[in-house]
Design a protein around this ligand. Sequence first.
Ligand code: ZN
Ligand code: ZN
Ligand code: ZN
Length: 301
Amino acid sequence: MSVTPYMGRDVRVTVLGVSQDGGFPQAGCGEDCCKPARENSSLRKHPVSLGIVGADSSTHLIEATRDLAWQLNLWNSMDPVERPLDSLWITHSHHGHIDGLGLFGREVINSDNLQVNCSKSLSKLIENTPNWNLLVKLKNIYLNEFENLKSHTPTPNCGFSIKPIQVPHRAELSDMHAFLIQGPNKNLLFLPDHDSWENTLKFVNKTEIFEWFDDENIDIALIDGTFWSSNELKQRNQKVVIHPPIVETLQLIGEKKEGMPEIKFTHLNHTNPLNHEDSNEYSILKKMGWSISKEGEIYTL
Ligand SMILES: [Zn+2]
Ligand SMILES: [Zn+2]
Ligand SMILES: [Zn+2]
């Protein structure tokens, strides 16, 4: 991969992780799906995360995963900016999206009052969880609730804003927000988890995916691609894990045509055949003109 040194002014988003909460290979999976990644570390994938460098060279992280060390290293190698993080944004409380929050504490990064942006319900959960509450008490982080934010621009001259969009996703501990990153020229939607298109579209008051994407002026959409089909759920309790399968999303969006936004599937479960580029499913997706999100990819907004 070639590295273009960061020159300031534009807004750049680097993909730092593309797998479901458990990563790839996944702990406890001895099956064939994880075999290639167990044997070849270059095939490994990390829980979903994005890094944003603003027009003022400020840095912003989306999701706090346990693979933060690897992810910050990747980010720095792709888009070198030497400074501590200016803000952190978290979509929801499920394990892989927040399990790295403790890394900002004294034992590791020991951050100095890092701005953490999240919903009111997630902020309550952080305050009520003793080891995360300690980060607030020791001023490693401070919590910015979306509901109280006057502006969603994390630093005054970063050149972008983040619009949190609530979407239905099993909410045992907190609600879930997709993020719309609005840059000077392009908008990128980050929707790693949701329950179903039916519920999400109803919630945002739309009837079709492209109607929603058009209204929000979305150019790039990184969307929930957890499962290729519901067959993958057979080994698990179908009632517990609910995401719209990719085959269903493909039925709704059809083949890629000119003028359509770039749609990339992310948050891939270890069982998802799209983890293997030699799979039939991978060529079906490619034939339809769509693709999966890849670690190290950079979007200029
Ligand atoms: Zn997830
Ligand atoms: Zn597996
Ligand atoms: Zn989730």
